[in-house]
Design a protein around this ligand. Structure first.
Ligand SMILES: [Mg+2]
Length: 267
């Protein structure tokens, strides 16, 4: 029997020199074996493990609002953020928030005056703009309001399924549902169409930025709108948003639920 030939070569994989073991055995269709070196160096001079750790630490810092403000994702974390959003992790995190919020919603006793409110933000809370951000580096590019508005006008954002579940649950439990968004009043039509096409219905209020709200920080604008709710006698028991500016400020909800969003920061 003819002896199989084993050849060791060096090849370039993603700018890295890797050893390639070629088993030259015609009777055996085993795949070629590529052995990565123990510590593969990235183009940033760090090992992939090290980069994963750093980007995951960055994500924790931004999600917990320890790192703020920030404009774009770190260049070296572009692949990390993309993998997080397109893989299972983002969906897992969204589902976790929804699950915990449902648990809380079911645990509270509502008054008989129908004044208990759950506030929802819209973008990256009820509706996902991932297709837009996929075309814009998942947060690598500085936010371009005019470009984003063109996308909003298409009314093609997709529902965040876990949020739809929470939304339906709080309605069923008897909460008033107020949608409070940074979108402009002139986008009301497309926003309503997008929400309804995505399964969101029966809200009690949809609050968008009026002319006098333009130029206000989201945290101020949203606080003012929550103040008005409280002045009208509503009790804000739950608030869901992907930005801390959806949740902090005045007339803060009894419980706030922060959805993950490593793509952009709104002050
Ligand atoms: Mg949002």
């Amino acid at each position: 029997m003819e002896e199989e030939a084993i050849r060791h070569d060096e090849v370039l994989v993603k700018d890295q020199v890797c050893s390639l073991t070629v088993v030259d055995d015609e009777d055996n269709d085993k795949p070629l074996i590529i052995e990565f070196p123990q510590t593969i160096e990235t183009q940033f001079g760090k090992s992939i493990d090290e980069l994963q750790l750093e980007c995951s630490s960055w994500r924790f810092a931004i999600e917990s609002n320890n790192l703020s403000p920030w404009k774009t994702i770190p260049h070296e974390c572009a692949d990390y953020v993309k993998d997080y959003l397109m893989g299972r992790a983002y969906r897992f995190d969204l589902e976790r928030v929804s699950k915990e919020a449902i648990k809380y919603a079911k645990s509270v006793e509502l008054g008989e005056d129908a004044k208990d409110v759950w506030v929802f933000d819209i973008d990256e809370t009820l509706l996902s703009n991932l297709p837009y951000y996929a075309d814009h580096g998942f947060g690598l590019e500085v936010f371009d309001g005019a470009e984003f508005d063109k996308w909003v006008d298409k009314a093609m954002a997709s529902p965040i399924e876990s949020s739809l579940k929470l939304y339906e649950e709080v309605l069923k439990l008897g909460f008033k549902v107020f949608l409070l968004t940074g979108r402009s009043e002139h986008q009301r039509g497309v926003t309503v169409a997008n929400l309804i096409n995505s399964g969101f219905q029966d809200w009690d209020k949809l609050i968008l930025r009026a002319t006098e709200d333009h130029g206000k920080l989201a945290a101020i604008y949203k606080s003012e709108k929550r103040n008005e709710m409280v002045e009208e006698g509503y009790r804000i028991l739950g608030n869901s948003g992907d930005q801390w500016s959806d949740l902090l400020g005045s007339s803060v909800s009894i419980r706030s639920f922060k959805l993950p969003n490593p793509m952009y920061y709104i002050p």
